[in-house]
Ligand binder design. Sequence first.
Ligand code: B1M
Length: 222
Amino acid sequence: MENILDKLSHCIEFGKINLASPYPPDMKGQEGADELAKTALDQGNPASDILQKGLVPGMEKVGVKFRENKIFVPQVLMSAKAMNAAMVHLKPFFQSGEIERKGKFVICTVAGDLHDIGKNLVSMMIEGSGWEVIDLGVDVQTSKLVETIKENPGCVIGLSALLTTTMNNMADTVKEIKAEFPSQVIVVGGAPLTDEFRIEIGADFYSPDPQGAVEYLNTVVA
Ligand code: B1M
């Protein structure tokens, strides 16, 4: 593996954060995403290439393996940590506008729902695929979403619900958002949901896992 961006991608895929990190055991003593991202910049690689050819492909492999039950939540979290370590070096380029994100994705759990583990995984994967993520947290009222849509025109909304009771709140939220912004794109997910439910409530897309949401978002990039 000669190319530094391939090496970086490998670190994201396997959750190698930095030189000091003992995880994964077979990469102990090797440089991680932190050092490689910095070296890649020092070598003159454009920041956008580091994101698009290094970090994003690595995170995509993570998403696919997670969907196929080949890896589990702890491995995804290590990959997200590696991604964040690399992103620290890219932050100035996002701020200067040199790296453009694919769009803005606003995510939250709906009113009454405190289950945020799945929502956080979706958030990490979507950020890792090149979107700016605005995470509104848990138990979010529709009024807060409406305000956020007004502040971020063109954003995509992502709603998560884990309880059969909060699925009803999700239905109300979708209805209220669509009444005010008929063309607003809304993605929904959460263990008790189905695509039939998504159709019933008028949301645009349902994904049972983060990777499905990532793949759908790639189809709605302006
Ligand atoms: Co709660 N809980 N819980 N709970 N809890 C469940 C969901 C439950 C199934 C347990 C059970 O009874 N077997 C049950 C719901 C029953 C139902 O409604 N049918 C339940 C209940 C009843 C409750 C309380 C009411 C319990 C009580 O107080 N009596 C209460 C409600 C609190 C509230 O929300 N108001 C409650 C509380 C809690 C804790 C706070 C203790 C804790 C949450 C901690 C936290 O999230 N920070 C908790 C937990 C941990 C669970 C279980 C054990 C695990 C949920 C989880 O994190 N799964 C759960 C039982 C279970 O699933 N085994 C349970 C792992 C996570 C990675 O999966 O969230 O499904 P998931 O996300 C997946 C996909 O669904 C998808 O991608 C993720 C990754 O693959 N996805 C999306 C999720 N959101 C998406 C959005 C997308 C796309 C994909 O696009 C936008």
